[in-house]
Write a protein that binds this ligand. Structure first.
Ligand SMILES: Cc1cc2nc3c(=O)[nH]c(=O)nc-3n(C[C@H](O)[C@H](O)[C@H](O)COP(=O)(O)OP(=O)(O)OC[C@H]3O[C@@H](n4cnc5c(N)ncnc54)[C@H](O)[C@@H]3O)c2cc1C
Length: 287
């Protein structure tokens, strides 16, 4: 899930809560979502970006909308070059490479970003961009307004999720630095409401106990105090097992995005998943 993968900074949170979310999807949004499709074989949309063609020959996207999501993050919606006859061509989990020419520099600046829009949506692509202080590309992206254009290349091949005819179980673990960093929380909880049997979200919150936010976050069913530990992982695994199985042979996949220490604690050699559950590398995707 795209889960909001904005865990790359450790700054600007006035009260550094250490925060992580475990989300369990028994059967996924992609496999269970009925597709409303106007496409016939004749009318199939073209991918705007396709590797390696548009990695070599860039495409130009036009901004149609920008939304401030929190204090440092914007969602930017772009129109694809061929509009409604095309889809982005960027599989879920893959990134594109943006480039721009800074006014005070000789060389163009390239940075990867992972689209958060549905890969099958026609005509548009959305990026969720966190602005870093003096960050070259993120400041440029935040300066874009409707009508502005952006040069992109890609997609950069990464893990490619493909839907299957039978439901698959996914466990997604994301670590961020504070409650304001959970930029797609509404979307995540929207999916949970829409598919109560299929999507469950658990938040693990550790931070200064004296802060008002900490009290507010505890005592509610989906919230746990402290880091993700074997107990929380066990709960998630049990839910997946009820759905039919555990492990790559059953189609289960674990996605982990977060700081190295969290990755090591959960998926390292002595981590929770490798030890107790015996998951191997191909069953875990870290990014
Ligand atoms: C596969 C992939 C996908 C990604 N997807 C996303 C995404 O979807 N959304 C997203 O927001 N980000 C994403 N990123 C991160 C993104 O690519 C950029 O790294 C990020 O936006 C910062 O780039 P920047 O040019 O703004 O900052 P940079 O200019 O690279 O600077 C980063 C930070 O370092 C500091 N800094 C720079 N130079 C120095 C220096 N000499 N000394 C001290 N400090 C310095 C800057 O002040 C800034 O705070 C992704 C990264 C990868 C690898």
């Amino acid at each position: 899930m795209a889960v909001p993968f904005t865990s790359r900074s450790t700054r600007y949170i006035p009260y550094l809560l250490s925060f992580a979310a475990v989300s369990v999807a028994a059967g996924t949004y992609y496999t269970r979502q009925p597709r409303i499709s106007l496409d016939s074989a004749r009318n199939a949309p073209k991918p705007a970006l396709s590797f390696p063609g548009s990695m070599l020959f860039p495409k130009t996207l036009t901004v149609t909308k920008t939304e401030q999501i929190n204090h440092d993050t914007k969602k930017i919606t772009f129109r694809l070059p061929d509009g409604e006859v095309s889809v982005s061509g960027v599989p879920a989990g893959s990134a594109i490479l943006t480039s721009h020419q800074p006014a005070d520099g000789w060389l163009p600046v390239f940075r990867p970003y992972t689209p958060v829009s549905d890969p099958e949506e026609r005509g548009t692509l959305q990026l969720l961009v966190k602005q870093y202080p003096n960050g070259c590309a993120s400041t440029h992206l935040h300066s874009l307004t409707p009508g502005s254009t952006l040069t992109v290349r890609g997609p950069i091949p990464a893990y490619s999720y493909s839907s299957s005819s039978t439901p698959r179980d996914l466990v997604m673990i994301a670590g961020v630095n504070g409650t304001s960093d959970i930029v797609l929380k509404d979307e995540l909880e929207g999916l949970e409401k829409q598919f109560p049997e299929g999507v469950q979200v658990t938040y693990c919150v550790s931070g200064p106990e004296s802060k008002a936010e900490a009290a507010d976050l505890s005592g509610r069913g989906r919230y746990r105090k402290g880091y993700i530990n074997s107990e929380v992982v066990k709960e998630a695994v049990e839910r997946v097992k009820q759905g039919g199985g555990w492990g790559d042979s059953k189609g289960t996949k674990v996605f982990i995005c977060g700081p190295p220490a969290m990755q090591e604690a959960i998926a390292g050699k002595k981590g929770i998943l490798g030890g107790e559950y015996g998951l191997v590398k191909k069953e875990i995707h870290m990014f």
